[in-house]
Design a protein around this ligand. Structure first.
Ligand code: KG4
Length: 346
């Protein structure tokens, strides 16, 4: 038409398969149209993710999950502008399923492929926009506490693509510590949501567990896990049903200790850097105690806080698709020979 330029839609399919969730999402011009997640109940019997079983489940799930994401978005594969996929970090067998599928699909459609760092995706989950959702997003630079089953990091986010890890765990991640303590107590897997639920009915001051003394902004959670284990062993000598009798107080005290460790380092960073834009991301950011602590700190230290919706805290493809969208705008594409990587930083 005269004087009118036809503006092409930018439609990104995101695929996530780094651990035990197979997920696909569609983002059109920066707005989320669909986000489908298939979890894997198969690991519950083992008290943790079994890598071989995870990759097999991804194999079964990836086609129906992608199909469903496109269907819910009302988009055909021919309309896609590019396919973004989690390249790592994660379990190699799991990553390979999503990476290979995404590459094959992009190649067959002759569209660009975009590799996404899973950790960057968690941070950029704050920029996922829903059609009818509020568009409150952190302003750069902001500090992001990334806490999941595999990571506990404090990240300085200077822009969509410029992120600096200021501190991180030197051993276990916060979510890993929660899951392991839950396993020690004989509760189910994953422990995070179970501990969260029990903690709401318990006294966070009932028990004291050791806290690490690590210099700088780094974390450590393995000592806490050992302290939890040894304390329980002692208490069980006097009362064989100690866990059953006190599980709410144990969960509340464990959660309070972890939240306190996480928040005190985060506070130090915000004070040192004079930054009051503070975000949280990753699976553990679903935790009620941690969310409450963020609200308390916001009030006390005048922070502007950003807490993702529950669905965008744990692994999901919406965060991969939005990261892919930003990379697409930068024409930051990936060639087919780029392999998956299981271990990589930001
Ligand atoms: O980000 P995520 O889904 O996977 C990665 O590790 O990348 O995080 C999973 C972790 C698990 O350790 C799980 O127990 C924890 O997040 N988690 C929680 C809660 N929901 C999930 N931890 C505490 N409270 C929760 N409500």
């Amino acid at each position: 038409m005269h004087g009118l330029l036809k503006v092409m839609d930018t439609i990104i399919l995101g695929i996530e398969s780094s651990c035990d969730d197979t997920s696909a999402a569609v983002i059109k011009n920066g707005i989320l149209l669909s986000n489908v997640v298939a979890g894997q109940a198969v690991h519950e019997a083992y008290g943790g993710v079994v890598p071989e079983l995870a990759s097999r489940a991804h194999q079964q799930n990836v086609v129906p999950v992608v199909h469903e994401a496109l269907k819910r978005a009302g988009v055909t594969k021919e309309q896609l502008s590019a396919i973004a996929f989690t390249r790592g970090p994660g379990l190699m067998g799991s990553l390979l399923v999503g990476v290979s599928f995404a590459k094959g699909m992009a190649r067959s459609l002759n569209i660009p492929m975009i590799d996404v760092n899973h950790l960057q995706g968690h941070v950029l989950a704050h920029f996922i926009k829903e059609a009818d959702g509020e568009a409150r997003q952190p302003k750069f630079p902001f500090v992001c506490l990334l806490v999941s089953g595999g990571n506990s990091q404090i990240i300085l986010v200077k822009s969509y693509k410029d992120m600096e890890v200021l501190g991180q765990t030197i051993d276990d991640a916060a979510g890993e510590a929660i899951d392991k303590c839950s396993k020690i107590m004989g509760l189910g897997y994953p422990g995070g949501p179970i501990i969260d639920r029990l903690a709401r009915q318990g006294n966070p001051k009932a028990y004291t567990f050791s806290k690490p003394h690590i210099a700088g902004y780094d974390y450590s959670f393995s000592g806490l896990k050992t302290s939890f284990l040894y304390s329980l062993r002692d208490w069980l000598k006097d009362d064989a049903d100690f866990i059953e009798h006190h599980k709410e107080d144990l969960a509340a005290s464990l959660e309070a200790t972890i939240v306190d460790i996480l928040m005190s380092k985060l506070l130090k960073v915000t004070k040192d850097l004079h930054i009051r834009e503070v975000a949280v991301a990753g699976g553990v950011s679903a935790n009620t105690g941690l969310r409450n602590a963020f609200h308390e700190y916001a009030e006390r230290y005048k922070w502007n806080i950003y807490i993702p919706k529950f669905g965008y805290t744990t692994d999901n493809a919406a965060m991969i698709a939005i990261t892919g969208y930003f990379k697409y705008l930068d024409k930051d594409f990936c060639s087919i020979d780029k392999p998956a990587y299981s271990r990589v930083g930001l």
